[in-house]
Design a protein around this ligand. Structure first.
Ligand SMILES: [Mg+2]
Length: 392
């Protein structure tokens, strides 16, 4: 498979067997007759199609009751505030005054966000929950419960499902989440939708809209690692021993829950978002919501370390850091008077100041020599119609 061109990714619409219509709500996409494939996954769709066709004809059926029982066993519905969990028409949660509820939902779809032949089922289960939970981290909220809607082909109702649930169960324990309910159904592709419910102290949830001119712009962890892993996997390079570990962040992202809650509790962040789509795109979300601009200092960016052999393949750390998606780090703004006292590591997570918020509503990248150039949002956007501009 040849090298994937970012410009071509965003032009691709591919025919899936299932099409896209009212009877398939997971893929309903107003204005387009076919679902839009995640560009990075497009190049691998054709070989995948044949594998799926083979699997569909060889695996026996499972009843929905059996399937729910297996989900229940792996993800028990028990917690203090949960009065009724799995097994009734709806769950019942005791309200926990005086906290505020924080809710979010996230779709994780085969052929759009992951590929059955390449992504281990354990990673699919883990990541489906991690992605959704990261949005609570970005609000500074504490996760409590989640609802799982799971659509599966029959081929995935045996071992694949067990492994998937193992991954999801590991993530649930790690993030402190309890499954409160959900729904299962049969579908030609794997479609996962997760709603996560959390809580925050009244008025403490951190919004995207609070950034003010003069605030410093900070990022947790390192940028570009998840995208690097994805590119390696798509090039089938991840089986090489020395690069296997570079897949870790793509498969098992780490929502920055403790950091998000610390920032919210201590009132340090004026605005916050998780970097799910890529720094350039997520920063644009903060700037738009806050009515401000920003300057990002490229030399300050904590970029993923790319081995020299991979740099020679065109994997540039700066581009990975600016536009690579799915790092699930926290991008937040801090008022100048608090920025100086912000620790460089918070609860074990490195925090780096990478820029500043400006009154002028432009987003600029400042290079090592102090030159400024526009920083267009070039991260992941499933509805982008125009091919994106090549960065110099
Ligand atoms: Mg988010």
């Amino acid at each position: 498979m040849g090298r994937l061109s970012r410009e071509s990714w965003f032009e691709i619409r591919h025919s899936l067997d299932s099409g896209c219509g009212e009877s398939q709500p997971f893929f309903s996409n107003p204005g387009c007759s076919k679902p839009l494939l995640h560009p990075t996954l497009y190049a691998y769709y054709s070989p995948y199609e044949n594998i799926l066709g083979g699997l569909l004809t060889t695996v026996p059926m499972t009843s929905e009751g059996q399937l729910i029982e297996r989900v229940h066993r792996k993800l028990p519905s028990r917690a203090g505030g949960l009065r009724v969990g799995i097994g009734d028409d709806a769950c019942v949660i005791r309200s926990r005054q005086p906290a505020e509820w924080v809710l979010t939902t996230d779709a994780f779809l085969e052929n759009v966000h992951f590929l059955l032949p390449l992504h281990p089922p354990e990673a699919v289960g883990y990541k489906a929950l991690a992605r959704a939970t990261s949005d609570l981290a970005a609000m500074g909220a504490r996760p409590l419960y989640f609802l799982l809607s799971l659509a599966l082909p029959e081929a995935c109702t045996k071992k694949w499902l067990d492994d998937f649930l193992d991954g999801m169960s590991r993530a649930a324990r790690k993030f402190g989440l309890v499954l409160a309910g959900g729904d299962t159904t049969k579908y030609p592709l794997v479609a996962i939708n997760i709603t996560v419910i959390g809580e925050a102290a009244p008025g403490r949830a951190v919004l995207r809209s609070g950034a003010r001119p003069g605030d410093f712009l900070c990022i947790s962890g390192r940028l570009g690692a998840a995208e690097l892993g994805l590119r390696l996997m798509l090039r089938k390079l991840h089986h090489q021993k020395e690069w296997k570990k570079l897949l870790q962040k793509h498969f098992y992202p780490e929502p920055r829950l403790a950091l998000g809650q610390w920032l919210a509790k201590n009132g340090r962040a004026t605005a916050m978002i998780d970097t799910s789509d890529g720094l350039s795109t997520d920063l644009a979300h903060i700037c738009e919501a806050s009515g401000v601009g920003a300057r990002v200092w490229s030399e300050r960016l904590p970029k993923v370390a790319v081995p020299r052999e991979l740099r020679n393949l065109g994997l540039d750390p700066l581009r990975l850091a600016l536009d690579g998606g799915e790092d699930y780090e926290l991008l937040f703004t801090v008022p100048p008077r608090l920025a100086l006292r912000l620790p460089r590591t918070i609860l074990g997570v490195p925090v780096t100041t990478i820029g500043e918020i400006t009154l002028k509503k432009r987003i600029l990248l400042i290079d090592d020599a102090g030159r400024a150039e526009p920083l267009p949002a070039q991260g992941w956007d499933p509805f982008r119609k125009r091919p994106i501009r090549k960065r110099k």
